[in-house]
Design a protein around this ligand. Structure first.
Ligand SMILES: Cc1ncc(COP(=O)(O)O)c(C=O)c1O
Length: 449
């Protein structure tokens, strides 16, 4: 009998007892390769001695000091480090405890920026369908995942959504990727005009859509066009790199590969690698100047902003990634993992698309490759894949509702950056067996949706 309100009340979960490198262990002695870093979190794997030591040192020195009284060294050093490698124009960091808080702060920053600038009529946020920006009311409102929003809809602020840039599903027959990208981006301009350009404050998007769509990057040129549209209408571009940032795609920021500069970029998961809860909203000089030259404050705050333990963990994680040149491994072993996935699933009857960047990879599952028909949502193929993978000692991050919040299934992979080729092969082999077992059970007697 547990006294925790677990995510799934009737699920019987193994008890995590420890972890080392790319593996987690349960109290029954079973080992699991963590091929998803939980939810794209554990970028350094588990039990990394350098991070453990940094945490011990920080706990002995200073565990907590409230930010209305003090600043602290780990937070200052982490901010210096992040800003040094941030996209052009980004000048300051606001540290919180996770991704939802980071995006919530970003939304409020956007609003306060326009109030400070004397444009208080700007209040509309535009985001994309099938995106996930968090579970607080503000970020849930911004997100575009129907299933997550549905029961809370009466509580959510008004937001607006355009289509995602999702070539596998939305690019038309005969349409080039470039043309598709321009068409998808044009929806933003149309929406801004519909709402009235001087009422829109921000467009929010994940450069590579993670949990809700399964590692979907935009096509070439899409985000550059988005940036032009935002600039034309004075709209802020908020990029949510909570999942895809901090090296996950092979560059420190995912948006580097799209050649685009955000006004605010949010980060979390891989920032602290799970060693502590931490997130951040990184903001531009322009926004900082508006606050500094206006009210002189950001009207927001939480008890745990700039938490010394969280910042010390993140600092150590980021130092190890740089010292061990792990982004090179994300690119090289990530490419190898993708190659193995293509060899195993490229002709698989139920894998329609293999996609992603670096060590952020997704497989979209289909009942029929030629028509791209999805499995029956009630079959919950994604849940079955997860279960079959766990039985085989493999953690992956599957989800349903890939296509429209209801239909479709995908599997997300986000292994630790320390992954080697042998482990990449083991992941593919176990995932192949898990998928075959899940499809064999589910497909029998069920018609595609
Ligand atoms: C892109 C993105 N944004 C925001 C969040 C919310 O982060 P958190 O769960 O840390 O609040 C997530 C979590 O999965 C995410 O993937």
């Amino acid at each position: 009998m547990t006294h925790i309100l677990h995510r799934q009340i009737h699920a019987r979960l193994p008890v995590a007892a420890g972890g080392s490198g790319i593996e987690l262990f349960d109290t029954e002695g079973r080992a699991y390769i963590d091929a998803s870093g939980g939810a794209a979190v554990s970028c350094l794997g588990h039990g990394h001695p350098d991070i453990v030591q940094a945490l011990r040192r920080q706990a002995e020195t200073l565990a907590y000091a409230h930010t209305s009284f003090f600043t602290n060294e780990p937070a200052e050093r982490l901010a210096d480090r992040l800003i040094a490698s941030a996209p052009e124009g980004i000048s300051h960091a606001y540290f919180v405890s996770g991704g939802s808080e980071a995006n919530e702060a970003a939304i409020k920053m956007a609003r306060q920026y326009f109030v400070e600038k004397g444009e208080p009529q700007r209040r509309n946020i535009i985001a994309r369908r099938q995106s996930y920006h968090g579970n607080t009311l503000g970020t849930l409102a911004a997100g575009g995942n129907e299933w997550r929003r549905a029961q809370f809809a009466p509580l959510l602020i008004e937001t607006h959504h355009i289509s995602p840039c999702y070539a596998y599903r939305h690019r038309e027959e005969g349409e080039s990727e470039a043309a598709y990208g321009q068409r998808a981006a044009q929806e933003l301009e149309d929406k801004i005009r519909e709402l009235g350009p001087d009422t829109v404050m921000a467009f929010m998007a994940e450069p590579v859509v993670g949990a809700t769509a399964g590692a979907v990057p935009a096509v070439e040129g899409y985000f550059r066009r988005i940036r032009e549209i935002c600039d034309r209408h004075g709209v802020l571009l908020i990029l949510d790199e909570v999942m895809c940032g901090m090296g996950r795609t092979g560059t420190m920021f995912a948006c580097e590969q799209d050649g685009v500069r955000p006004d605010i970029v949010t980060i979390a998961k891989g920032l602290g690698g799970g060693y502590q809860p931490i997130g951040a909203a990184l903001l531009s000089r322009d926004i900082f100047d508006a606050f500094a030259g206006g009210s002189g404050l950001f009207q927001h705050g939480h008890t745990y902003i700039c938490h010394p333990m969280a910042c010390a963990a993140a600092l150590a994680v980021q130092e190890v990634i740089a010292r061990d040149d792990l982004l090179q491994n994300v690119r090289d072993t990530g490419a190898y993992l993708r190659e193995r996935l293509e060899a195993r699933f490229g002709n698989h009857a139920h894998v329609g698309d293999i996609r992603g960047r670096g060590m952020f990879l997704g497989l979209e599952l289909v009942a029929d490759r030629s028509t791209k028909a999805t499995f029956e949502p009630d079959a919950k193929l994604h849940a079955r894949v997860k279960k079959e993978a766990m039985v085989r000692g493999l953690m992956v991050y599957p989800a349903g509702g890939t296509v429209d919040g209801r239909r479709g299934d995908h599997v997300l992979l986000a292994p630790p950056f320390i992954l080697d080729r042998t482990a990449a092969e083991a992941i593919v082999e176990r995932l192949g067996d898990a998928l075959d077992a899940a499809v064999a059970q589910d497909f029998a007697g069920r018609l595609p949706a």
